[in-house]
Design a protein around this ligand. Structure first.
Ligand SMILES: Nc1ncnc2c1ncn2[C@@H]1O[C@H](COP(=O)(O)OP(=O)(O)OP(=O)(O)O)[C@@H](O)[C@H]1O
Ligand SMILES: [Mg+2]
Length: 235
């Protein structure tokens, strides 16, 4: 039987359709980037191929960085697809903050999440991985161990899994790291404006134990932010 018959659509995003299936006995997510008709077909093919390459390359590099990602199963340029591990037990950090964090309870789970995000982005940057689209939709929470029970979300035994590396690239410049942080700050302001301290808490965890040129990165970040402000005021 062709696998096409057993694909279930999970989500239709702006750039890609996501399917779930069973590939070689494993729960698998297929991300298929569809054609954009406003682009010249050759350009579109080239861009799509780049995105797929970026995604695959960064997933591999994250292994060295000790950052969890879905395992990569297969890349099919012809069909514009990438096959990866599907985390059946998972929730995006965005949905977790919106639906599970209780404002009154002192937000202990929020601090845990801020720490996870800060540490993860630090590990990415220490390995010169620039994510390019740091938002809370592109971070999943999953149970730490395979055989977690139904209450895995409340257990506090959670890992962060980073996804959606289509815009990522490898770079060692402090400027690009600063921009990556700025993208995250903007995303938090627009999605989680009811938690105004979240970004600072993330930044604290990012700075902690950092080996490399953290001061430079932070001052680049502040520079980028100031530029952004100016642009907003003018435009
Ligand atoms: N490996 C995975 N396991 C479980 N869920 C996943 C996985 N990959 C993606 N998802 C879910 O699908 C959503 C979209 O995936 P992704 O960010 O890779 O695609 P996208 O093109 O950015 O889509 P969108 O335009 O909706 O953001 C994620 O926010 C997450 O909810
Ligand atoms: Mg995404």
């Amino acid at each position: 039987m062709s696998e096409e018959h057993s694909l279930k659509i999970l989500k239709q995003g702006a750039e890609a359709k996501l399917f779930i299936c069973n590939y070689l006995g494993r729960p698998t997510l297929i991300k298929e980037r569809f054609q954009k008709n406003y682009r010249h077909p050759d350009l579109d093919t080239a861009i799509t191929k780049d995105r797929i390459k970026n995604e695959a390359r960064s997933i591999v590099r994250c292994k060295t960085a000790n950052v969890r990602t879905p395992a990569l199963y297969l890349v099919d340029f012809e069909r514009r697809r990438i096959y990866m591990q599907h985390f059946e037990k998972s929730i995006t950090i965005k949905d977790f903050i919106i639906n599970h964090v209780k404002k009154e309870s002192g937000d202990k789970s929020l601090s845990l999440i801020a720490k996870l995000i800060g540490e993860t982005v630090r590990k990415l940057h220490e390995n010169n991985i620039i994510h390019g689209d740091l938002t809370t939709s592109n971070m999943l929470l999953v149970p730490k161990s395979e055989n977690e029970d139904a209450n895995w979300l409340e257990s506090g035994e959670l890992d962060l899994v980073m996804i959606d590396f289509g815009l990522s690239f490898i770079d060692s410049s402090t400027e690009d790291k600063g921009v990556d942080l700025y993208v995250l700050e903007r995303a938090l302001i627009s999605t989680h404006n009811d938690y105004p301290d979240l970004f600072d808490e993330i930044l604290d965890a990012y700075k902690k134990f950092s080996k490399n040129n953290i001061k430079e990165i932070i001052s680049k970040f502040e520079e980028v932010r100031a530029r952004g402000r100016k642009r907003t005021m003018v435009g």
